[in-house]
Design a protein around this ligand. Structure first.
Ligand code: XMP
Length: 327
């Protein structure tokens, strides 16, 4: 019989058998898959596991805190947080081209993770501990199928895919979720006590808000987008639409300005785009017919509460021809 509790028992035994006394490292992204995989390995081998969270500063409001506080409190994992926010901003300075941004974010992510992994390995060697032999990956069944039985996927998952690690950092992989589908992973996550905000998180790209600012990424622009995005999410959740919407990117058109009137004066601010989509698998998507009154609340609140934004527009393009993200 398929129950989350049975599945957890089986997977915990399997991880114990695979790992033995060795030490394990896991990169957390804040997403569902890596979180549930880490929680499972933690349940199996406890403090043999060290998790690494690279804070690249491109997450949405409250998401870093969810990992650093709520996830740790719920699971008891040993977490190393690397604050790389400045490093990413510096690397992204002056860059507007979408592919260039993606490359930079991916490259910096691997470098920072690599260094953190070296530090973890070194700390345990120094302590005369068991060696760090394993790396946890949140690979799911559809990823396994898509890549012809290998692990990880080529492109969409590049952010999680740390297969590009150098030779002296070669780990064996622990992929406890590799036979599960997304909905099963969520059930397993709930069974393990992973916070609901993480378990039910909608898809979010590895390069994060970096590819939702059309134009150069700066600290100020990230703050503006984070505020607008938080309002949209709050109102969509309050309207009970989370399960109807696959995801709703909020995009800041940072190089575009338009004239407005806010309070008692003329403004010359930026537009944000709401991109609510309905989808089964992100390969195709339709724009979600969000009720007008919900759109009105989001628009009013964003233009009242986020000073730099004076216009809210709705993206009514399906995929294809539009992609879900703007970059
Ligand atoms: P597009 O924009 O191609 O997005 O229609 C399809 C789905 O993939 C997500 N996405 C990414 N996920 N790393 C990720 O982990 C990425 O670089 C990336 N780019 C897009 C996007 O949010 C949507 O769910």
């Amino acid at each position: 019989e398929w129950t989350a509790a049975n599945v957890v028992d089986d997977l915990v035994s399997a991880v114990r058998a695979q790992v033995g006394d060795a030490r394990v490292i896991c990169g957390l992204s804040g997403g569902v898959d890596s979180s549930v995989a880490a929680a499972l390995v933690q349940r199996a081998v406890g403090d043999q596991l060290t998790c690494v969270f690279v804070d690249h500063g491109l997450l949405r409001s409250n998401e870093a805190e969810q990992v650093e506080k709520d996830f740790v409190a719920a699971t008891g994992v040993d977490l190393v947080v690397v604050d790389a926010r400045e490093r990413f901003l510096t690397a992204l300075a002056g860059v507007s081209d979408p592919e260039e941004k993606r490359k930079i974010i991916g490259r910096e992510f691997i470098r920072v993770f690599e260094q953190a992994a070296r530090d973890v390995v070194g700390a345990h060697e120094g302590a005369g501990d068991h060696p760090v032999e394993f790396l946890v990956q949140g690979t799911l069944y559809p990823d396994v199928v898509e890549s012809g039985g290998g692990s990880g996927t080529a492109n969409i998952k590049s952010h999680h895919n740390v297969g590009g690690l150098p030779d002296d950092l070669r780990f064996k992989l622990v992929e406890p979720l590799r036979l599960l589908f997304k909905d099963e992973v969520r059930q397993v996550g709930l069974e393990l006590g992973v916070p609901e905000a993480i378990v039910w998180r909608q898809p979010f790209p590895g390069p994060g808000l970096g590819i939702r600012i059309v134009g150069e990424v700066t600290g100020e622009r990230l703050d503006v987008l984070r505020s607008a995005d938080a309002i949209a999410r709050e109102e969509l959740t309050a309207a009970g639409l989370d399960r109807d919407i696959w995801q709703c990117p909020v995009v800041l058109l940072a190089d575009i300005r338009s004239v407005g009137v806010q309070g008692d004066g003329r403004t010359y601010g930026h537009p944000v785009v709401l991109r609510p989509v309905s989808s089964e698998d992100a390969m195709t998507a339709d724009w979600t017919r969000v009720p007008y009154d919900v759109l009105a609340r989001i628009s009013t609140r964003i233009t009242n509460e986020v000073r730099e934004v004076n216009r809210v527009v709705l993206d009514v393009t399906s995929k294809p021809p539009g992609t879900i993200e703007w970059e």
